[in-house]
Design a protein around this ligand. Structure first.
Ligand SMILES: Cc1cc2nc3c(=O)[nH]c(=O)nc-3n(C[C@H](O)[C@H](O)[C@H](O)COP(=O)(O)O)c2cc1C
Ligand SMILES: Nc1ncnc2c1ncn2[C@@H]1O[C@H](COP(=O)(O)OP(=O)(O)O)[C@@H](O)[C@H]1O
Length: 296
């Protein structure tokens, strides 16, 4: 997959172009992109996905996002997209007129365009589907529905805010995941008998709160585990922490990249009166997570 950040860097030649923020690359996005890929193949053209980082709504409204740049790039590659144009969405981009955007599409030699039915573009969201039609025949895909309502990034964000990772899985077509770098914590975990890798994720990434059964992928291998995302009221923690204990792992993870898939919520975080009680609860959490993972 060719990854570019500026339309001017696209290789010449006719293309099918799919446009959108595609935050989460959820089932609706996958449906749209698969159709665009099929069409591109039939026309013997590459598919170029024109997307934004961060997603436009994240920049405009300060919402959290579901997939960071690395995750989105990886998912586009897995889908078989040939060219990913990921444009930084900043103040300058937000101020661009709809005409500028249409000019980009002409420059890209778009021969067919794919968008979702709610797509708008250009300063003040002035541009719409009729404008796209002036560049190339445009396929407008209705929002895919699952469990009687449209699959949308905002629906997934709302579910995650409630910690409902199991309900999110069918909407994404995969478990919700977060990736980050393992940083140092307070070195308390090891004294509890449960060392936990502290993950630093991209600011703005939506994180579900609570204790979860997880699968963690690291350069050293894939492990089952148990994660806590919260403020650690028992030790008077103030900042939000994302910690993962890996089962059957020993070693050093500091500085490593880790991807954590949230498979099942076990409970909400709570305040314990002693560290012994917290430790006993973590033991039960780990037991429950192991049981869950072993029957997958
Ligand atoms: C599975 C799991 C569940 C946890 N649940 C809670 C909890 O309910 N309340 C809480 O205050 N801290 C909870 N913690 C956080 C611990 O307080 C934390 O892991 C410990 O303080 C070690 O921190 P450190 O890695 O910064 O040394 C949990 C941690 C894990 C791994
Ligand atoms: N099974 C394990 N799960 C998670 N981290 C582990 C494990 N075994 C060893 N580690 C290492 O120990 C560190 C966590 O130990 P901990 O005492 O909780 O320290 P910190 O407070 O720095 O996170 C991890 O970052 C990792 O490098």
């Amino acid at each position: 997959m060719l990854l570019i950040n500026d339309p001017a860097d696209a290789p010449p030649g006719p293309k099918v172009v799919a446009i959108g923020s595609f935050d989460g690359l959820h089932l609706g996005h996958q449906h749209l992109l698969r159709q665009a890929l099929r069409e591109a193949k039939a026309l013997h053209m590459p598919l170029l996905v024109y997307t934004f980082d961060p997603p436009s709504k994240v920049f405009m409204k300060g919402e959290g996002f579901l997939t960071d740049l690395t995750e989105k790039t990886e998912l586009l590659r897995e889908l078989g997209v040939e060219i990913a144009l990921i444009v930084p969405f900043n103040e300058t981009f937000a101020q661009r007129s709809k005409e500028d955007f249409l000019q980009d599409l002409r420059g890209l030699e778009a021969k067919e365009i794919y968008v979702g039915e709610d797509f708008r573009f250009g300063k003040g969201r002035a541009g719409g589907l009729e404008d796209l039609q002036s560049v190339a025949p445009t396929k407008i895909l209705p929002l895919l529905e699952l469990f009687e309502s449209p699959v949308k990034s905002s629906r997934i964000r709302d579910l995650l805010r409630e910690g409902k990772v199991e309900e999110v899985q069918p909407l994404l077509g995969r478990p919700y995941a977060a990736r980050g770098i393992v940083v140092e914590g307070d070195k308390r975990g090891r004294t509890l008998g449960y060392p936990t890798a502290n993950l630093e994720v991209a600011p703005g990434k939506v994180l579900p709160l609570g204790v979860f059964a997880v699968r963690a992928r690291t350069a050293q291998g894939t492990y089952g585990g148990v994660a806590n995302i919260g403020h650690r009221p028992t030790v008077d923690g103030h900042t939000l922490r994302f910690e993962v204990h890996l089962f059957d792992f020993r070693g050093d993870l500091y500085g490593e990249d880790m991807k954590v898939e949230f498979l099942k919520k076990i409970r909400d975080e709570k305040k314990f009166s002693t560290l012994e009680e917290l430790k006993a609860q973590i033991e039960r959490d780990a037991e429950e997570a192991r049981r869950y993972l072993s029957q997958l």
